[in-house]
Design a protein around this ligand. Structure first.
Ligand SMILES: CC(C)(COP(=O)(O)OP(=O)(O)OC[C@H]1O[C@@H](n2cnc3c(N)ncnc32)[C@H](O)[C@@H]1OP(=O)(O)O)[C@@H](O)C(=O)NCCC(=O)NCCS
Length: 257
């Protein structure tokens, strides 16, 4: 008798099953004692907090020319010392949010969905940054889901000042980079979906979610639209000299709840 094994069925991004999988994507890593976000269609891909020892993976990811040229504010090339300082600065913040999730979760069972207790407070920020390929044991993407500290006049406020305004007036910003070898498989859509629907909409609930996508980066704009953001306007921005200095055109996207 011949036995056939069929590939696991892929959940369509517009299906109710996919939305349910995103909504329950927050899980507990019992070995590391930290939460992670599980992608619905990629069992070996997860979003995790920063950890020590990832600096080389970060430098490799951010220094790929196709990735580095798209980013306005990060240095290109990114020196290892920059990645070291970044991890050192954000690691304590991630640990604090992990503690809050653990404290306010209904239960923490290995690899089971985590949900907040009914009276759980809303949290500030996100501990999810690195996207891991657990089969290869390395980082393949990076995600930003962070409070926007820019004022309407272009000046900046501190994170604490940004967190101090009522939740409905808080604006969070999304950003993402994925290594080119992994493009075109639906990964960025699911990475953004997991952080928005699996974490942000449940534990943070900011009034506005925002993002920029360059006009010539059709895939990036599509990732945002597929995750509920709408294009609000077009902007033009002079890029830093060390990245060519030309004027770049981008769409500004938002979702308000
Ligand atoms: C932009 C980027 C994140 C897309 O990642 P990805 O995993 O390939 O995206 P997905 O496979 O989830 O595709 C999302 C959608 O965009 C479409 N798409 C992807 N690349 C595209 C392209 N080059 N042109 C047109 N559409 C494209 C896909 O078909 C899909 O739409 P569909 O589901 O309706 O078919 C990735 O290319 C990247 O990291 N680029 C460099 C860094 C960057 O641009 N970051 C964003 C800064 S704003």
């Amino acid at each position: 008798m011949t036995q056939t094994t069929s590939a696991p069925r892929r959940l369509a991004h517009d299906s109710e099953e996919y939305k349910a999988a995103l909504a329950s994507s927050l899980r507990w890593d019992a070995d590391r004692k930290e939460p992670y976000l599980q992608l619905p269609n990629f069992p070996h891909i997860r979003l995790a907090p920063f950890r020590e020892g990832i600096e080389d993976d970060m430098v490799t990811l951010f220094n790929h020319p196709e990735v580095g040229k798209r980013l306005y504010s990060l240095p290109y090339p990114m020196p290892r010392s920059f990645a070291e300082s970044w991890v050192e600065k954000d690691l304590p913040k991630h640990k604090a949010i992990i503690s809050a999730i653990a404290e306010h979760a209904v239960s923490l069972e290995a690899d089971e969905p985590i949900s907040p207790k009914p009276n759980a407070p809303l949290l500030n920020g996100s501990p999810f940054k690195s996207v891991w390929d657990t089969e290869q044991g390395r980082i393949i993407a990076d995600i930003k889901y962070a409070i926007d500290t820019e004022n309407a006049d272009g000046s900046n406020k501190t994170e604490d000042e940004a967190y101090a305004v009522p939740r409905a007036q808080q604006k969070y910003e999304l950003g993402y980079v994925l290594e080119p070898a992994a493009w075109g498989k639906g990964l960025a859509t699911e990475i953004v979906g997991a952080i928005v629907y699996g974490y942000g909409d449940v534990w943070v609930r900011p009034g506005t979610l925002s993002a920029y996508a360059e006009t010539d980066n059709a895939g990036s704009g599509r990732v945002l639209v597929k995750n509920g953001l709408q294009k609000i306007k077009e902007i033009s921005e002079k890029w830093p000299e060390h990245k060519g200095g030309e004027v770049h055109h981008a769409g500004y996207y938002e979702r308000r709840v």
